[in-house]
Design a protein around this ligand. Structure first.
Ligand SMILES: Cc1cc2nc3c(=O)[nH]c(=O)nc-3n(C[C@H](O)[C@H](O)[C@H](O)COP(=O)(O)OP(=O)(O)OC[C@H]3O[C@@H](n4cnc5c(N)ncnc54)[C@H](O)[C@@H]3O)c2cc1C
Length: 434
């Protein structure tokens, strides 16, 4: 009897022991991630995210293994979002849960998310104005690209009279680029407007070498694209190749400012033109339009409104403008690059709005020249002129990063007459319905 216990019982006990040891270690790691998120004040997910039903969850951790962003963990035997800021809402967790315990929701009780009303044909309540991609609430590269081209199928049924465009597409992220391909394939007269100096939308803002998780999709004029995982750089190269081969015409640095009705179509106003069109397809994403300084020289190509990759500014003389987290994070990232000199200008007397962790990092950082109570007066190719407490300061400068906040698309949508609903955690998808 003792021998049998030894032969079967001991390995079983060892297996259970090893499982419990690994389970507890993983749970400890997840708890640490959760505590770090809470300490940094990063407790609210930005968009679509999972909510776990505690009565169904058994802590199997299938969702944990399925999430490439490592946003979800098991704490106290139950799955939960331990790193809400990392969640991008692809719902791999909900699909992986064998107990149908996960629902995907928009917004939280604390932070509502504005989603415009869009019909199954992607048309808003304003006839002729369509929305595709993340702006409509559905993030992810392949979904945005698929929606962009599907919207064009409906738009192509409403052609314009000669002299006007069939459609103005706004935003050159995956949704807008796929829509432009579909417009070209269908022979529509279109214009694609992009407020930034380059295409790609949110993709450009992924961290360097990030591996994007996506799904195969079919693009007009291009065909089947089969990747499921692709590095950011390869994704950017892919879209670059598509744009060049298909000769997609994008009007860069031309932001849509307003849409006015004209007859049975619209006038789309930008700083450079008023485009007359029968339809408008908004593929604006959800990051908004950066606020400008309104000073001479701001239109120089050296001025950007988001730091995409600090590495590209190695060895340059940089000025970052702003007093929020994004300005401080940009200055810190740039200061981490060898031979880069960084000045940080803010009109306030201190960085009161910044998260404590960022404030501490800024205080500890060496090599950032902080110019408080300063205002930029003008920008020239090799310098920036500031005013600090009544005195002029001339900074030799190669590049300027303006982090002065932005205007979210909601106000613009409302000004056009599009109905927008604020969601406070309403269920969008459930793993039970997959
Ligand atoms: C850090 C991060 C990681 C991600 N990882 C993944 C991933 O692994 N897999 C995945 O599938 N998805 C991922 N996503 C989500 C994915 O990138 C987005 O869902 C997708 O890019 C949405 O495409 P879009 O075309 O709707 O909008 P966007 O890509 O946001 O593009 C919108 C474009 O519109 C432009 N625009 C806005 N307003 C105006 C205006 N007034 N005039 C002119 N142009 C304007 C913007 O400048 C922008 O270029 C990630 C997102 C982030 C932020």
């Amino acid at each position: 009897m003792n021998q049998i216990l030894l032969i079967y019982g001991l390995p079983a006990a060892l297996l259970v022991g090893a499982y419990l040891w690994r389970y507890r270690r993983r749970e400890r790691q997840h708890r640490e991630v959760l505590e770090d998120s809470q300490a940094a004040g990063l407790t609210e997910p930005a968009g679509l995210h999972p909510v776990v039903d505690p009565l169904r969850c058994v802590g199997s951790a299938s969702c944990v293994s399925a999430c490439p962003e490592q946003a979800i963990g098991v704490v106290g035997g139950l799955a939960q979002l331990v790193n809400p800021a990392a969640c991008i809402g692809h719902g791999a967790c909900a699909a992986a849960c064998p107990f149908e315990a996960i629902q995907l929701v928009f917004g939280t009780a604390k932070r509502g998310i504005d989603i415009p009303q869009v019909g199954p044909d992607f048309q808003t309540n304003v006839p002729g104005v369509y929305i595709a991609g993340e702006l409509g609430g559905m993030g992810l590269i392949h979904k945005a690209a698929t929606q962009g081209q599907r919207a064009l199928e409906y738009i192509s049924k409403r052609r314009a009279a000669p002299g006007a465009l069939d459609v103005v597409i706004v935003g050159a992220g995956p949704a807008g680029l796929a829509a432009a391909l579909a417009a070209k394939q269908r022979g529509l007269r279109y214009v694609l407007l992009e407020q930034e100096g380059t295409f790609g939308g949110s993709i450009l803002h992924y961290p360097r070498r990030k591996v994007a998780m996506t799904s195969p999709m079919t693009l007009p004029m291009v065909g089947r694209v089969k990747w499921r995982e692709i590095a950011k750089e390869s994704l950017v190269d892919f879209w670059d190749g598509v744009m060049r081969e298909q000769r997609l015409e994008v009007r860069f640095r031309e932001a849509m400012l307003a849409i006015e009705r004209k007859g049975d179509g619209f006038l789309v106003a930008t700083p450079r033109a008023r485009h007359e069109t029968r339809n408008v397809l908004l593929c604006l994403g959800r990051r908004g339009t950066p606020r400008k300084l309104g000073v001479p020289g701001e239109d120089l190509p050296k001025v950007v409104y988001r730091l995409i990759d600090a590495y590209q500014y190695r060895g340059r003389r940089m000025l970052v403008i702003g007093g929020g987290d994004s300005a401080v994070e940009a200055a810190l990232a740039l200061a981490g690059e060898p031979d880069t000199s960084v000045s940080l200008s803010y009109r306030g007397a201190g960085f009161d709005r910044v998260k404590p962790a960022n404030r501490q990092r800024l205080e500890a950082a060496s090599g950032i020249r902080v110019l408080l109570q300063s205002t930029v007066r003008s920008i020239s190719p090799a310098a920036v002129e500031l005013e600090q407490q009544g005195k002029k300061v001339a900074l030799p400068n190669d590049d300027v990063v303006v982090c002065a906040g932005g205007d979210l698309p909601t106000a613009m949508l409302r000004s056009i007459g599009i109905e927008v609903q604020t969601h406070f955690g309403n269920v969008a998808y459930s793993s039970a319905a997959r």
